[in-house]
Design a protein around this ligand. Structure first.
Ligand code: GCO
Ligand code: MG
Length: 415
């Protein structure tokens, strides 16, 4: 079974997505997600200009060999653009292999270890009353675990908080989409203002209010989004201990693995990190020193199904579980790949889930389901996602960027 062609589809049904479709000489097709939020066209070029020419004529069944050929063969290793491109090829080949076998991908990965993958949704509010409403709406929409993000008194728009109440069902009404355009409509990043001390004072009061209203049982998560120093993060972890978090995510900037040592020494709040990582090596210190509890990478950004399986198996050696990245900038193809792994691996922890925009689901026809708080990839052969080219063509690419943070004095800060 040889690779006959590979096409890259860039479409913006509510937000931008880059998708690779590989077609074999016997007519099977496979999809891979290559979306890198705010840098989409770089991955398209990497695929179109550098990988697709290498794929034509290769045996579609040789997934491991193709992965190594693209990774080692480039000589220049790692990085989000390279690894998103390799991930798309790898995921598309797994989709094809599972279709050829007539099985959903999770069966090829060892079969189901559970009924479904516990999902966490994004509850947020500009203030506490709005947050409590959002928690209620998400519970009504079926979520059984929630991430909690709020505005900070004295600051304007901040990471993780839905800015408008929009339309759609109760859960979707509070969803958060960070990539946007500046207020004047130009394709420039929005600038937000940040103050870590104000945030550290406010957040424990938010968790106090949520626990008071909803009790001790509901799993609650929080994303620090890389904005604290190690000592600030250690202090936050300690101050949140009474509220029994499922995890505190991305407390410090992702590049510095040793920062987690200091946090770990001071708090028993579970730690998660890794959505900006793109290889297993980024976790080497974190796993071998047991500095984290959950790995947060996306199949889409960390080398695909092959690489993610190896990462999760390595994490299992250290008792670390999965918490795969799943915001709306992971396409339904990337989400499906995550769900097949979630179902199959033993060390599953939780899966992030923000329902996609209805326009996205018009372009990507999915078979995964969300019921009783659990996601399931469905029983269709392969990933269980197909792309409607005609619908995709109706939503051309629209440049958009993630915001940039500045402190009150104008200094650029991590967003
Ligand atoms: C998360 C992430 C996202 C990222 C986004 C950037 O935990 O889901 O932090 O919200 O900000 O994926 O593109
Ligand atoms: Mg995050």
């Amino acid at each position: 079974m040889k690779i006959a062609s590979a096409d890259i589809i860039v479409t913006s049904p509510g937000r931008n997505f880059v998708t690779l479709r590989i077609t074999t000489d016997d007519g099977l097709t496979g999809l891979g997600d290559a979306t890198l939020n705010g840098r989409e066209l770089a991955v398209r070029s990497y695929l179109a200009d550098h990988l697709v020419p290498l794929l034509i004529g290769r045996d579609a069944h040789r997934i491991e060999d193709t992965w190594q050929y693209l990774y080692r063969g480039a000589y220049w290793r790692r990085g989000p653009v390279t690894m998103a491109a390799i991930a798309a090829v790898d995921t598309a080949l797994w989709d094809i292999k599972a279709k050829a076998a007539g099985m959903p991908l999770y069966q090829l990965l060892g079969g189901a270890s559970r009924r479904g993958a516990l999902a966490y949704g994004h509850a947020s509010g500009r203030d506490v009353p709005e947050l409590l409403d959002s928690v209620r709406a998400h519970l009504e929409a079926g979520y059984r675990a929630l991430r909690i993000q709020t505005g900070v008194p004295g600051l304007g728009t901040v990471y993780g908080v839905a800015t408008s109440s929009g339309s759609g069902d109760a859960g979707a009404r509070y969803d958060y989409e960070p990539a946007r355009r500046a207020a004047d409509g130009r394709a420039l990043p929005v600038v937000e203002t940040w103050d870590t001390r104000a945030y550290l004072r406010h957040l424990p009061t938010v968790f106090e209010a949520v626990r008071h209203e909803f009790g001790p049982e509901l799993p609650l998560l929080h994303d620090g989004h890389h904005r604290m120093t190690p000592v600030q993060a250690a202090r936050l972890g300690k101050s949140l201990e009474p509220y029994d978090l499922f995890w505190l995510e991305d407390a410090t900037p992702g590049e510095d693995q040793t920062a987690l040592r200091l946090i770990r020494q001071h708090t028993t709040t579970p730690l998660a990190i890794g959505e900006v990582f793109n290889t297993a090596q980024d976790y080497q210190t974190l796993l071998s020193e047991r500095l984290i509890d959950y790995v947060r990478s996306a199949v889409t950004h960390a080398g695909g199904v092959t690489a993610m399986r190896k990462l999760l198996d390595t994490a299992a050696l250290f008792g670390v579980k999965s918490g795969l990245h799943g915001p709306t900038d992971i396409s339904p193809v990337g989400m499906a790949a995550a769900l097949h792994l979630d179902l199959a691996v033993h060390n599953f922890g939780i899966q992030e889930y923000m329902a996609h925009d209805p326009r996205t689901l018009e372009v990507f026809r999915t078979s995964f389901t969300f019921a009783d708080g659990l996601l399931h990839p469905g029983e269709n052969p392969g990933l269980g996602v197909e792309l409607d080219d005609e619908a995709a063509a109706g939503y051309p690419y629209e440049p958009a960027y993630l915001p940039v943070n500045r402190l009150a004095d104008g200094t650029v800060h991590d967003w």
